[in-house]
Design a protein around this ligand. Structure first.
Ligand SMILES: O=C(O)CCC(=O)C(=O)O
Length: 279
């Protein structure tokens, strides 16, 4: 595993202890998640930790990113963000964030499971001028047998509206129409129309530094374009119930995900592989 030089970066040990300190959720917060299938939580990460991981993750994404296609020539999906995966395997410090017991504890409490297992992580960097992330539900991509899945969306800086923070359609996991759509112009249009018909609240808010959101695999979400001059840097960690089993893939994307995130897993069995540790 490469340990990149983090020049001039003095960090106190407290940021690493902080990663494992419990974050106590109130009964009202747990109830909110049950109702809406997403939640935004403030002060999950300290400012110093955020600056440190911003630097580690930025360096790692720059090292791995080979795509140099100009924005204008990319598809809607390609314009939405630069994407790099499983950074925990690339950098020892990033592994500490991905394996944070504080984040995993929140995920387990919200999903009401005893422990969570890692599905994978991904960095999502929306460039200045980068386009929208169309409406979608993540679980369309996942060959996972239950809905006990959750993503921690961790902005690595304060994220005002003009940068394109994550937006949620509160409680929209209740509708099944649109679940079969991959991220595309079609998903943006069809899901937007469907969500308008029902009274789901569309939540569009900035994120403070240190604020983290959690959303379930079937809740619809999107993000606006990045109209700022800065890159919108986000790290995500995708967790599943430790007892999650692999299902027969239902589309090509699920087959691809199986190969990429849990190639040693077998259909019908718990996804207990070296790439999917319990945290
Ligand atoms: O960061 C974005 O623009 C979209 C993120 C997303 O869809 C997700 O984390 O599930």
């Amino acid at each position: 595993m490469a340990n990149l030089p983090l020049e001039n970066m003095q960090v106190s040990d407290s940021i690493f202890y902080g990663l494992d300190e419990p974050y106590i959720l109130t009964a009202a917060q747990l109830e909110f998640y049950q109702q809406n299938q997403f939640i935004k939580l403030k002060e999950v990460l300290q400012e110093e930790a955020l600056m440190f991981f911003n630097k580690c993750i930025t360096e790692t994404v720059s090292r791995l990113d080979k795509a140099s296609i100009p924005l204008a020539e990319r598809s809607t999906y390609g314009k939405a963000f630069i994407q790099q995966f499983n950074l925990w395997r690339e950098h020892a410090e990033i592994k500490k964030l991905v394996f944070s017991k504080r984040l995993a504890g929140i995920a387990a409490s919200l999903m009401q499971v005893e422990k969570v297992r890692l599905y994978h992580d991904q960095a999502l960097f929306k460039e200045p001028g980068g386009g929208i992330t169309p409406w979608h539900a993540d679980q369309y991509y996942w060959p996972l047998s239950t809905d006990k899945t959750i993503t921690a969306w961790i902005p690595l800086q304060h994220t005002p509206l003009e940068m394109g923070p994550l937006e949620f359609s509160a409680g929209s996991n209740k509708i099944t129409e649109g679940r079969d759509l991959k991220i595309s112009d079609e998903s943006e249009e069809m899901i937007q129309q469907r969500l308008k018909v029902t009274d789901f609240r569309h939540v569009v808010e900035p994120f403070d530094a240190g604020e983290v959101s959690f959303h379930s695999g079937w809740v619809f979400h999107r993000a606006g374009a990045n109209r700022s001059k800065e890159i919108r840097k986000v790290m995500t960690i995708i967790y599943m119930d430790q007892l999650m089993t692999l299902k027969e893939p239902e589309n090509e994307n699920q087959r691809r995900d199986w190969k990429a995130w849990c190639p040693d897993a077998t259909i019908g069995n718990v996804i207990d592989t070296p790439l999917n540790p319990v945290i």
